[in-house]
Ligand binder design. Structure first.
Ligand code: GCU
Length: 600
């Protein structure tokens, strides 16, 4: 049987298996976009009653039915009444000391009142729940979702009751071998309902989705679409940009889709001039306002072009953690703590590692003139050959792109980080995912990050075949920390098997404990600022020798929580590679990086 027949047969089997898995319960529907500007939105944020379920007995007890004693001999070994309250949005680990390292199950309950209205639909929208969410309304399971960093929703029009409703969410942040990420990752596995929860009421037919961005390679032509959802799919629609006196009219077809294309003289978005326009998308039965900028991003030979001009990427890695609170970041204020520091360092791009961060962060970055690198948690050890993994990757990809495709700040979709060529199925799965990504959005750079290079005789050998499918060669290297220099940084050679592609150093650096002056500065084991500073001085010296270098991105901005980092004096459960301590103290290396970015 030919190779293609074999692959087709394999694909068919995989598709059927994942279909079976999905049909076993309603999977979270792809969320409507731009929830924050929906008119009839009712927030369910606030305090939720919570039962921690370390023994996973809630499933067996069917706690979502909230049974109450009917006769004297009845009793039920669970109750939300009197349960501790946890804040939503928010991870549960940082809210109660005893939950600091919880990887398990928590049951959340929120009651809300609703009065049903004819001709109206109601959606329950989650910004994100880490990791698995089973959702129940009034004792009935309405569906589930897997993946901790992307939005999902359920339509509850026919389920919601007049008056008081009981919403229960089973949150499970246990690790899964065939999960994304898998079993091991270098950050604290914050669990919980980590982003906003909203009820959104719409008319029968509403604007579910739209794409309004410049056509690939164009500086003045918008190419996109509008998608209506409801019983009146075919409607007149409009895109208005009042500031440009622009009104573009179209008509949706029987599937509710209208393709749109129009030209205008846009003031282009850039880090120096983060120009955003109010854009109004209108149909006969709905209206949505958005803040959208217009820019083009592409690779040309060994350059990255922003609005047609070569750009040097001055970036920094950021984890989604509010350093001062040691909690999963979610709010605009959290985002500003992180992004203001990146701006102060002199960055024009933030790599949001290693998973899609909150929409608040992406929108704030765009406003502040910071380009955004958005990434999927396809991180290191992934079971690519597991029958469910391809579908999970595709779901997460589509959820990530759908939410942020109108954010001009987002210039990179990164689909994997440090996966291993030796992992069975890795290349096939990631090549397939790359094609899906390009089909979903052809206007941004698509990237895979690797650390598979060789380093011998002070020479890097970069040849991972995955880079054939990546718009830039993104290399993580920790020379000076995990691997000692093998010669002068200024004499380091780079043999890159992709000489016609831009090269980007997506991670480099080393650890230091702020204020640690204890030991000799030339010894790593004392986590001194001097040792980290030297790593940066040497790296900067090497950067001048790297061929086709289009940018660098230190690992990382702030020290952050990672339980695997166990040195009791210098780490205390923190990855200390930050240029800033978790309190925001500037380490010596900060100044080396700031100086370098000023020079670029
Ligand atoms: C890796 C990885 C990061 C990790 C870092 C480190 O390259 O991508 O997630 O935290 O190295 O070891 O500190």
């Amino acid at each position: 049987m030919s190779k293609y027949k074999k692959t087709a047969k394999k694909k068919w089997i995989l598709a059927v298996l994942s279909l079976i898995a999905i049909l076993s319960h309603t999977y979270g529907q792809t969320a409507m976009i731009n929830v924050e500007s929906r008119d009839n939105k009712m927030s369910l944020n606030g305090e939720w009653k919570t039962m921690i379920d370390p023994a996973n007995s809630g499933e067996y007890l069917q706690v979502w039915q909230e049974k109450t004693p009917q006769k004297k001999t009845d009793f039920f070994e669970y109750s939300f009444e009197g349960a501790p309250l946890l804040k939503v949005p928010g991870d549960f680990n940082s809210q109660l000391r005893e939950l600091t390292h919880l990887e398990g199950i928590a049951w959340y309950k929120k009651s809300f009142n609703y009065s049903r209205k004819s001709g109206k639909r109601l959606f329950l929208h989650f910004g994100a729940v880490n990791y698995l969410a089973n959702v129940y309304l009034n004792g009935e399971k309405i569906g589930s979702h897997e993946g901790g960093f992307t939005p999902f929703q359920f339509e509850i029009t026919d389920i919601v009751k007049e008056g008081e409703n009981a919403l229960i969410v089973k949150v499970d942040n246990r690790r899964h071998g065939n999960g994304l990420p898998g079993f091991s990752f270098d950050w604290l596995n914050f669990g919980g309902i980590t982003r906003d929860v909203d009820l959104i009421e719409t008319n029968d037919t509403y604007i579910e989705d739209y794409t309004i961005q410049l056509k690939k390679g164009s500086l003045n032509t918008v190419q996109g679409s509008i998608q209506l959802n409801g019983t009146k799919p075919s409607q007149k629609v409009k895109v208005r940009i009042p500031e440009l006196d622009l009104i573009h009219k179209a008509k949706t077809d029987e599937d509710g889709i209208a393709n749109i294309e129009f030209t205008s003289k846009f003031e282009l978005w850039s880090p120096e001039n983060p120009k955003i326009y109010e854009v109004i998308i209108e149909s006969e039965t709905d209206i949505v306002k958005d803040q959208i900028g217009f820019r083009s991003i592409e690779v040309k030979g060994t350059d990255i072009l922003l609005n047609g001009q070569p750009i040097f990427i001055k970036a920094v890695n950021i984890h989604e953690e509010n350093p001062h609170q040691g909690s999963r970041a979610h709010s605009v204020e959290d985002a500003q703590v992180l992004l203001n520091a990146a701006k102060e360092l002199g960055c024009n791009l933030v790599r949001l590692a290693h998973y899609p961060h909150s929409e608040n962060t992406v929108r704030e970055a765009e406003k502040m003139g910071l380009m955004v690198w958005s990434e999927l948690p396809i991180y290191q050890h992934i079971q690519f050959e597991d029958s469910l993994v391809p579908q999970k990757m595709e779901n997460m990809l589509k959820e990530m792109i759908r939410r942020d495709k109108n954010r001009c700040g987002v210039v990179v979709w990164a689909l994997s980080n440090e996966t291993y060529p030796g992992t069975p199925g890795r290349n096939d799965a990631l090549i397939e995912l790359t094609q899906q990504c390009r089909a979903e959005d052809s206007t941004r750079l698509v990237v895979h990050v690797a650390n598979t290079q060789t380093y011998k005789d002070n020479t890097f050998g970069v040849s991972d075949s995955l880079y054939l499918h990546s718009d830039i060669v993104a290399v993580n290297e920790y020379i000076g920390w995990y691997i000692p220099w093998q010669g002068k940084p200024s004499e380091t050679q780079w043999h890159v098997a992709f000489p016609n592609k831009p090269l980007f150093i997506s991670e480099f650096g080393g650890e230091a404990m702020y204020g640690s002056q204890g030991g000799p500065e030339d010894e790593a084991a004392y986590w001194t600022e001097g040792y980290q500073e030297k790593i940066y001085v040497d790296q900067v010296e090497m950067f001048n020798k790297v061929p086709n270098l289009v940018g660098v991105c230190p690992w990382l901005l702030f020290d952050y929580k990672s339980p695997g980092r166990m040195h009791t004096v210098y780490q205390q459960g923190y990855n200390r590679k930050g240029l800033l301590s978790e309190k925001g103290d500037k380490k010596k290396a900060w100044y080396v990086m700031k100086e370098y970015f000023k020079s670029k």
